[in-house]
Design a protein around this ligand. Sequence first.
Ligand code: LIP
Length: 273
Amino acid sequence: MDLNPTELTSLAQIACTVAIEAGRLVVDERPEGLGVARTKSTDTDVVTVMDQRSEDLLRRRLGEMRPDDGLLGEEGAARDSGSGVTWVVDPIDGTVNYLYELPGYAVSVAACVGDVSTPGRWQPVAAAVFNPLSEELFHAHAGGGAFLRSGGREHRLSVSTRTRLARSLVSTGFGYDPQVRAAQGQLLAGLLPLIRDVRRAGSAAIDLCHVAAGRLDIYYESGLNPWDLAGGQLVVTEAGGVVTGRDGAPAGKDLVVAGPAGLVHDLHALITR
Ligand code: LIP
């Protein structure tokens, strides 16, 4: 599906508008003594009432502004697309940080084309990732570059120019399943002597946007869902980076490696060795 620059710009503006609205909601209306509303894949994979309220806002607002578009949300929102565009949303990426009142969570909203239910058969074409505590809005549309709106100013983003892994600041994340975490810990233990250092922010969307801004050199993680990935993925590629999966496969649940092409090649080689 081809969208012209005017349509892409309009989708990006909608993504920015609703990401900011949802981000403000989760900060301004956070209830005292916020607790866990329910759990998902494991006891530590938590959902709060504000994850649900944020997703409800996104579903309502996107439905008002783009009634024919589809929707795929982390907390279960789903709508088939009649327009060819499907919104992939994470109402609070970094929910555990949000639960602990730790900075490091964001709302991620991406307009995608293709079949979002099939790995590798969809791609984001417009996106916004809003960190409501830092009031940083990362946004991009296909062919338009990636930007950070902060303090009323727009900054164009570009990935790191570092070329050596040994001098690279790497970020990653861990799943909610203890056995998966054990394997991820072993992989990281093997990488640590080969890199500058590691960072664990707790939000894939924020990690990806920090790679786009050059605040991190490279990011990798396994176990991500489309809503964790969609928004930040476009911000990285529009900032001149690459986002890939294992052995040339599209980025997805199995593996995501994101950053400048050279570092991605080298880190991918180590991870898949
Ligand atoms: C989180 C990701 C993070 C990952 C966590 C979790 P959530 O998403 O953003 O990168 O390490 O395990 O999946 O659950 O906060 O939306």
